[in-house]
Design a binder for this molecule. Structure first.
Ligand code: SF4
Ligand code: SF4
Length: 216
């Protein structure tokens, strides 16, 4: 399962963002941020308490089932009055949720979280980024392991000189992506791929802003 991975913004930053905005409505989400304990029911309640202790008036709070979903507009309507009474919506969802909500309501929005990456659950409570959507995929030559995402230097030709006993020089807890690629290609009897020089990365591989339209 792929999840949007988030981290709560530092308290000082939130204080600055909410400076002068006394009435706050808090919105969480029942999917990714609930799983990562950054914007589910307990975190929304804790935020309410924190803000109340700081003298803010919390006009209400809700946890949307799926904040980035089209049904969000309908769900928000149920809290119309409490939202109306607020100066700002403090949104404890990933940026997809924040933008979905911002498009539905004419209200100032403040994200309570930073959105880090799209992560795949690789163990209980552990999420790893597996693709940065670079637009120039080389998985076909790396045995299905992505060096752009999992090598600390994002090298498309590796390993660098710092790999040591299969670990990365930047984080000795982490396996060197290129050692993993080597082992995988060896297993597949495709070490010839490793000798092929990849072209320097095209950092404009992905369209920016990203747009896609199905052709008729
Ligand atoms: S090479 Fe690019 S598109 Fe392919 S998995 Fe890695 S980041 Fe994603
Ligand atoms: S040690 Fe391996 S993972 Fe770390 S930066 Fe070098 S090639 Fe990349």
């Amino acid at each position: 399962m792929i999840r949007s991975i988030t981290r709560q913004k530092p308290e000082e930053e939130l204080d600055q963002l909410l400076d002068g905005l006394g009435r706050v409505f808090i919105i969480g989400c029942g999917t990714c941020v609930t799983l990562t304990h950054t914007g589910g029911e307990p975190e929304v309640k804790a935020m309410k308490e924190t803000l109340s202790n700081k003298g803010k008036l919390v006009t209400g709070e809700m946890v949307l089932p799926v904040a980035c979903d089209n049904l969000t507009a309908e769900a928000l309507k149920e809290y119309g009055e409490q939202i109306e009474q607020s100066d700002v919506l403090l949104i404890m969802t990933c940026a997809f949720g924040v933008q979905t909500i911002a498009r539905q309501l004419e209200k100032m929005v403040v994200p309570a979280l930073d959105t880090l990456f799209m992560g795949k659950e690789t163990g209980v409570g552990q999420f790893d980024e597996i693709c940065t959507q670079c637009g120039t995929c080389i998985l076909g030559e790396t045995g299905g392991i992505c060096p752009v995402t999992s090598c600390h230097k994002g090298l498309v030709n590796g390993p660098c000189g710092g790999t040591s006993n299969g670990k990365c020089e930047i984080d000795s807890e982490k396996d060197c992506a290129w050692t993993l690629i080597y082992s995988r290609l060896k297993e597949l009897n495709r070490l010839d791929s490793m000798r092929k020089m990849q072209k320097p990365r095209n950092h404009h591989g992905e369209p920016s802003p990203g747009k896609f339209k199905l052709s008729a």
